[in-house]
Design a protein around this ligand. Structure first.
Ligand SMILES: Cc1cc2nc3c(=O)[nH]c(=O)nc-3n(C[C@H](O)[C@H](O)[C@H](O)COP(=O)(O)O)c2cc1C
Ligand SMILES: Nc1ncnc2c1ncn2[C@@H]1O[C@H](COP(=O)(O)OP(=O)(O)OP(=O)(O)O)[C@@H](O)[C@H]1O
Length: 344
C-alpha cells in the first residue's frame, strides 16, 4: 500500500474511531441521565424541560451516579441555594436577590435544591416533613421568578457527609456557580458546618456570596415550618402574610349524592379538622365554597341555591381563605337538599 493510500485509510479509521467514541459517550451520557432518582415527587426522568408561559425551566435531578454526566453541560451561572418548600416571602427575597445579580452579570439564574428534605434523611426517616407543595408547583413559582435551571440534588448520607469544602468545590464550582445567594441561616456540608461567611474561603476565592438578611413578619422569621404549623392549627387566614398569597392545593373530585369528596393530590398539607371558606377553580369557573375537613378527609358542602359546577374526576385548585366558626351542620343539611334536587 502506498503512503498516500495508507494516509487516507489512517484518516478514515481514525475518523470512525473518533465517531464511535463520540457515539459511545453520547449513549453513556443518556444512560447516566436516565438513572432515576427514586421517589422525587412522581417525576419520571432525571432531566426535563418544563414549559411555562412559552419559556422553559430546565429541571435536573442529580444523583451520585449521574453527576459527572451533567457536569459536561454546566455553564457559568448565579446560583440560589436551599430547599424552598412553599417558596414563601423569605425564599422569594433570596431568589429575587439572585435574579438581580444574574441580570447584572448577564448570567443564567440557577437554583440548587435538595431532595428528600435534609431533615427527613438526617433523622433516618423518623421525622416526616409534610410538604407544602409538590415539585410541579415549586417549578411554576421558580419559573415566574426568572429561574432558568433547577438542580435537585439527591440528599442521602453520602452527600450529607461531604465536607463544606468538598460541597463547594464539587457542586458549586463544578456546576458553574460564580456567585451564590442564600439566606442568613443557610448551612452546608457535614454537620451543617458551612455557612455563607466561609463560601469565599471554601471556594479558594472563586465564588462571591450574597447573604440575604432575615425576612420577618411581626418579629418572627418567615419559614416553611411556621406555615406548616399555621396549616396544622387551621389558621389559614394568616398564611398570606408569610406566603404572599393564600395556601393552595390541588385535588380530584368524587361526587356523592349529597356532597363532593376531594381526593387531595400528594405532597400538599391539609388543614386541621373544621369548616373553611375556600375559593375553588376548575379552569372554567371560580367560586367560593364551604369545605369540611374531618378525619383527614376534605368534603365540599354543596350550595342549595346554585347549580353544582363540579364534574366527576376533574382536577380542581383550592385556595384556603379562612376558617369558619361552628354552624357547619346547617350547611351540610342545605347541601343534602341541594344534591338531592340535582340527582333526582
Ligand atoms: C453537602 C451538604 C451536607 C450537609 N450535611 C448536613 C449534616 O451532616 N447535618 C445537618 O444537620 N445538615 C446538613 N446539611 C443540611 C443543611 O444544614 C441544610 O439544611 C440544607 O442545606 C438545606 O438548607 P435550607 O434548610 O436552608 O434550605 C447539609 C447540606 C449540604 C448541602
Ligand atoms: N425568612 C427568611 N429570610 C431570609 N432568607 C430565608 C428565610 N427563610 C429561608 N431563607 C433562605 O431561603 C433558602 C431556603 O431555606 P429553607 O428551605 O431552609 O427555608 P425555611 O423556611 O427556613 O425552611 P424550614 O422551615 O423547613 O427549615 C435558604 O437559603 C434560607 O437561608
Amino acid at each position: 500500500m502506498n503512503s498516500e493510500k495508507f494516509g487516507i485509510l489512517y484518516d478514515y479509521t481514525n475518523c470512525v474511531v473518533k465517531l464511535q467514541r463520540l457515539a459511545l459517550r453520547a449513549v453513556s451520557i443518556q444512560l447516566m441521565k436516565s438513572i432515576w432518582i427514586s421517589n422525587a415527587w412522581g417525576a419520571d426522568q432525571s432531566a426535563y424541560a418544563f414549559l411555562i408561559g412559552g419559556t422553559f425551566l430546565k429541571v435536573i435531578h442529580i444523583t451520585n451516579s449521574n453527576r459527572d454526566a451533567f457536569l459536561l453541560e454546566a455553564k457559568p451561572c448565579v446560583m440560589a441555594l436551599g430547599f424552598f418548600d412553599g417558596v414563601h416571602l423569605g425564599h422569594q427575597a433570596v431568589i429575587k436577590a439572585a435574579k438581580r445579580v444574574a441580570d447584572e452579570k448577564k448570567l443564567p439564574l440557577v437554583i440548587m435544591s435538595f431532595f428528600p428534605h435534609p431533615k427527613e434523611v438526617l433523622s433516618n426517616g423518623k421525622k416526616i416533613v409534610s410538604y407544602l407543595m409538590p415539585l410541579v408547583d415549586k417549578q411554576k413559582k421558580f419559573k415566574a421568578l426568572g429561574v432558568e435551571i433547577f438542580y435537585m440534588v439527591q440528599f442521602n448520607f453520602e452527600f450529607a457527609g461531604l465536607t463544606p469544602k468538598q460541597f463547594v468545590q464539587n457542586y458549586l464550582l463544578d456546576f458553574g456557580a460564580q456567585q451564590i445567594v442564600a439566606g442568613f441561616d443557610f448551612t452546608y456540608g457535614c454537620r451543617g458546618e458551612g455557612n455563607m461567611d466561609r463560601v469565599q474561603a471554601d471556594s479558594d476565592g472563586r465564588i462571591e456570596s450574597i447573604k440575604v438578611k432575615k425576612i420577618e413578619f411581626e418579629g418572627e422569621k418567615i419559614s416553611s415550618t411556621l406555615i406548616r404549623n399555621l396549616i396544622c392549627s387551621g389558621k389559614v387566614e394568616e398564611i398570606p402574610y408569610y406566603l404572599g398569597e393564600s395556601y393552595q392545593i390541588e385535588g380530584t373530585v368524587s361526587l356523592n349524592k349529597y356532597s363532593a369528596d376531594i381526593i387531595v393530590n400528594p405532597h400538599y398539607s391539609l388543614p386541621s379538622s373544621g369548616i373553611y371558606e375556600v375559593t375553588v377553580t376548575n379552569g372554567r369557573e371560580t367560586w367560593k365554597q364551604e369545605a369540611l375537613i374531618l378525619n383527614g378527609q376534605l368534603t365540599f358542602m354543596l350550595s342549595k341555591s346554585r347549580k353544582c359546577p363540579l364534574k366527576e374526576n376533574e382536577t380542581i385548585r383550592i385556595y384556603w381563605e379562612r376558617r369558619l366558626p361552628n354552624g357547619w351542620s346547617t350547611s351540610l343539611e342545605q347541601s343534602h337538599h341541594y344534591s338531592q334536587s340535582v340527582v333526582s
